[in-house]
Design a protein around this ligand. Structure first.
Ligand SMILES: CC(C)(COP(=O)(O)OP(=O)(O)OC[C@H]1O[C@@H](n2cnc3c(N)ncnc32)[C@H](O)[C@@H]1OP(=O)(O)O)[C@@H](O)C(=O)NCCC(=O)NCCS
Length: 182
């Protein structure tokens, strides 16, 4: 596959972009995280901690379009367990203007390539709200399989919501790798 995007390390100034995504109500409603008010100062501290600490348990990257270093989104892998070879898909967030161009899928492939070919994981798990059809379709297109529905897992917008638990294994990634020539 010819990728139009690439990953780079986060920079401190990316905090403003990351903070601005939090203020997109529609996006916040779809993702699994709880709603919080985060000041830019706190976001900056968080990004600074991500950049400066030596915790091997998670990875955050900025998503950029080829030819530019400007951030258009970010993605993460969390709870990396090197002993058992498993990790969590922290997710992908793109600027809404950049959605629908295939970038989300490309970012998913790049993330999985890193998970299985660099981190040497055996399994990557993910969660997605039952009602977030776009996110689930993206994950399933990227090879994730549903494992079970976690009932009433998230309390958000005045109600309990079900969350799908999904996963992709190394052998399933190998099929994806061949299919998309990544
Ligand atoms: C979810 C998100 C990453 C998708 O990125 P994107 O660049 O728009 O997605 P792509 O263009 O690569 O599409 C990938 C697949 O997602 C699905 N999809 C994307 N947009 C869709 C839409 N509006 N309606 C239905 N399905 C859609 C399709 O299955 C598509 O595959 P197809 O084109 O072969 O049908 C992006 O919309 C986003 O950042 N959303 C907010 C954060 C979020 O919800 N993150 C969770 C994702 S892990």
């Amino acid at each position: 596959m010819e990728f139009s995007i690439f990953f780079r390390a986060l920079k401190l100034e990316d905090a403003e972009f990351i903070n601005s995504l939090r203020r997109i109500e529609e996006m916040e409603n779809k993702i699994g995280g709880n709603k919080r008010f985060v000041a830019l100062e706190r976001e900056t501290k968080w990004v600074n901690d991500l950049i400066m600490n030596d915790n091997p348990g998670f990875i955050y990257v900025a998503v950029c379009e080829k030819g530019s270093d400007a951030i258009i989104g970010y993605a993460s892998i969390t709870e990396i367990d090197y002993r058992n070879g498993r990790c969590y898909w922290g997710g992908i967030k793109l600027l809404p203007e950049k959605a629908g161009k295939g970038y989300g899928f490309q970012a998913a492939l790049l993330l999985l390539k890193y998970v299985f070919e660099e981190l040497r994981m055996e399994r990557c798990a993910a969660e997605g709200l039952e009602e977030h059809t776009v996110g689930l379709k993206l994950m399933e297109k990227a090879g994730f399989k549903k494992e079970g529905l976690m009932r009433k897992h998230i309390y958000k917008n005045g109600e309990y919501k079900n969350n799908w638990l999904l996963s992709i294994l190394k052998e399933e990634y190998e099929v994806l790798k061949k299919k998309y020539e990544i």
